[in-house]
Design a protein around this ligand. Sequence first.
Ligand SMILES: [Fe+2]
Ligand SMILES: [Fe+2]
Length: 376
Amino acid sequence: MRVGCRPVNAGISSSRLDVPAANAHIRTDMTDNSDLFTAKMAAIGFAPPELPDGLPPPEALEAADRTSRFWTSDHAGELRVGTPDHRREACKMFRETFNPYRPAVIAWPQLSPDMLRRVTSLPIWDIAVHTEGRARLRFASYAAITPTPEIRDALMLNAWEENRHKEVLSNLAKTYGIALGPEPAYRVPRDPEWMYLVTGYCECIDSFFAFGLFELARRSGFFPLALVQTFEPVIQEECRHILLFANLVAWQRASLPWWRRIVFELRVAAAWVYIAWERLVLARSMKSNGMGTGQDSNFTMSSAQAVTPVEIGVRDLMTICLEENDRRFAGYDARLVRPKAIPALVRLGLFLTRPWTRKRRSDDAGRIDEGSPAGG
Ligand SMILES: [Fe+2]
Ligand SMILES: [Fe+2]
């Protein structure tokens, strides 16, 4: 689930933000519902994992949580990117860190009327459900054309987990009386590799900011801790997803012959351009729907104001995102590749804005000095 993956605008008066999400406008050849996803997964030979019955005891939940966030390969020595060993261990990481929670038995905490209002008025629920609905089909479609069995298995599990996120969100909405709108017609992509790249990089961006926003929500106490903790496995699952994605892309990049690699790199670059364009369209669409001001193109900052009662600056929020990103990946084998682009861009942004921040601090200090009464 990508709770933080789409804009949350604290100033929005509407209780629902339902604008076309990622790639909704792309024409493809089939419409979808949950049956189509289930049929697709069955057609490519996916056997759903067995999940424990009933509500697991706290020790079992803790053990599953530990399993999902710490993993070290037993492969001795270097794991050179692009080798069969690298591919095998990346897929093994994904398989062995699986968390077998069952959405139907999640114990949703009782909320006070005030908390309930806060949760139900967040305008993210529809778009989060739709995003998961699309992601599951896109991962399943890419799995269907992937010739390497271990990669196909990992991608199918990834798709299944996206569907589980969708179930978690639907159950949350049902529990707290959030009225979800009708779902769009999900479509099987005509070009599964392209859509896999777009969806994977979208997840890398969204998860990075979601990690920080989630931590901000936890620290602020603006939402009950029990509810925040209920979502923890889902957020860590997104961390595993982007870890798998980063490694599969790195493996593919390194294992392709030079002429195919050029094509692949062009597709990767086009995916980034496409995502940037798509988000500009989304921001414009929100604005024209009267869902806020031009400032709303700054989704992450708007989201931050929705999860904390105090004002938070961009630099502070970005610092939290970086810290959380490092913390969430710290438990996985250091020889695996991490998603690098967004953390590197944010680090660069923080570095470049340092002189400006120092100047502002000294200006503020000067103003305080001028305003203070003379001592002695
Ligand atoms: Fe998800
Ligand atoms: Fe995901």
